[in-house]
Design a protein around this ligand. Structure first.
Ligand SMILES: [Zn+2]
Length: 317
C-alpha cells in the first residue's frame, strides 16, 4: 500500500499545487483588472476649469465629489483684465469642460476658440444668453457681463452649467441633477431674502465703485450710480465725478460703496467730498485669501451685500 500511495500523494500534491497556482494567477489577474478599472475611472474623472470665482463656486457645488474643478483667476485678482498664464493654458488643455461667463468678460477664450474646438473641450458661456444690459462707454455700447450677482439669473447660469456636465458625464447625471436642484433652491431663498430685505427702504440710489450691480439693481428696483465703468480701470471724467457729487448731496446719500479687489481711492475721495461713509459691496469677481480663509463664499458674501445695502438705503423690515 505504501508503495502505491506515494505516487498518488505526489499526484495529489502536484494537483493541489496547480490549483493553488491557478488561484494565485486568477487573484493576480483580478487585482490587476480592478487596478486598471480604477485607473481608467480616475483618468475619466471629469476635469473642469472655471474662469473666475462665482462660476467656480457654482460648478463645484454641482460637481460635488464627481469631478475636479479649478478656478483660473487666482485669489485676490479680478477677472476683467486677467490674462491666462502658460500654466493656465496647459490646465485648460487638459480639461473636459471650460466654464466661462461670456458677454465680453473673457476675451482670451475667444482667442482660444479654435484650439478648444480641436481638443473637443466643451465650453459653457453660462452668462452669455442672460446678459441683456449694456452701458455706453467711450462712445460705444458695452455689454454688462455681471449677471451672477442677480440670484435669479444665477439660477439660470447654474442650469446651463449642470446641463453641460450631464452631457459630458452622463454616468453621474442623477448626482449632478440633485446638486443642481439644491443649489437652485438656495439661490431662490437668497432671492426671497433680497426681495424682502429691500422692500421698504428710504433710498434707491446705490453709488458703487465699478458698474457691477446693474442686474442686481434692476431685479430689486434700485438705481446703480457707478463711479467707474463696466471695467474697474475705466475712471470717471471730472464732469462725471461732479455729477455724482451733486447727486449724492441732493439725495443725502449716507454711504458710498467700495470693493475689496479695486482701489478704494475714488470711493474715499467721494465720501469725503459729500460727507458720507464707505461700506463694502462685493461684486464676487474673486475672493481675497483672507476672505477664503474666513470661509466666505457666494452666499455669505451676498448676505453681507444685502446687509450693507439695507444699512445704506435705510431699509426696515
Ligand atoms: Zn466687474
Amino acid at each position: 500500500m505504501s508503495k502505491t500511495s506515494f505516487p498518488i500523494t505526489l499526484k495529489r500534491l502536484i494537483l493541489a499545487a496547480s490549483v493553488l497556482g491557478l488561484f494565485i494567477l486568477a487573484g493576480y489577474l483580478l487585482r490587476h483588472r480592478i487596478r486598471t478599472q480604477q485607473s481608467n475611472r480616475q483618468s475619466h474623472r471629469l476635469k473642469i476649469v472655471a474662469s473666475f470665482y462665482p462660476l467656480y463656486f457654482f460648478t463645484s457645488q454641482i460637481a460635488g465629489d464627481n469631478a475636479d474643478v479649478t478656478d483660473l483667476v487666482p485669489a485676490g485678482a479680478e477677472p476683467h483684465d486677467y490674462e491666462p498664464t502658460v500654466g493656465d493654458i496647459v490646465n485648460i488643455d487638459n480639461s473636459d469642460v471650460l466654464v466661462i461667463n461670456g458677454a465680453g468678460l473673457e476675451p482670451w477664450a475667444d482667442r482660444l476658440h479654435q484650439e478648444l474646438t480641436d481638443r473637443k473641450i466643451a465650453v459653457v458661456a453660462a452668462g452669455q444668453p442672460l446678459a441683456d444690459l449694456s452701458l455706453k462707454e467711450d462712445g460705444r455700447s458695452q455689454t454688462d457681463p455681471h449677471v451672477w450677482l442677480d440670484p435669479v439669473l444665477a439660477q439660470q447660469e447654474v442650469n446651463l452649467i449642470a446641463k453641460a456636465l450631464m452631457a459630458r458625464d452622463p454616468n453621474h447625471r442623477s448626482q449632478y441633477e440633485s446638486n443642481r436642484m439644491a443649489l437652485v433652491q438656495k439661490l431662490e431663498q437668497l432671492n426671497r431674502d433680497f426681495k424682502q430685505g429691500l422692500a421698504h427702504c428710504q433710498q434707491k440710489d446705490v453709488i458703487t465703485s465699478h458698474a457691477a450691480f446693474g442686474y442686481l439693481a434692476r431685479r430689486y428696483g434700485l438705481t446703480q450710480v457707478a463711479i467707474q465703468g463696466i471695467n474697474p480701470d475705466q475712471e470717471p471724467s471730472p464732469r462725471q465725478l461732479a455729477q455724482i457729487v451733486n447727486l449724492a448731496k441732493r439725495e443725502k446719500i449716507r454711504y458710498i460703496f467700495f470693493e475689496t479687489l479695486v482701489s478704494p481711492r475714488l470711493a474715499d475721495t467721494l465720501a469725503r467730498e459729500v460727507g458720507a461713509k464707505t461700506l463694502v459691496f462685493n461684486p464676487l469677481e474673486g475672493l481675497t485669501q483672507t476672505e477664503q480663509a474666513t470661509g466666505l463664499n457666494y452666499f455669505t458674501v451676498q448676505q453681507n451685500n444685502l446687509s450693507h445695502l439695507r444699512t445704506a438705503l435705510q431699509c426696515r423690515q
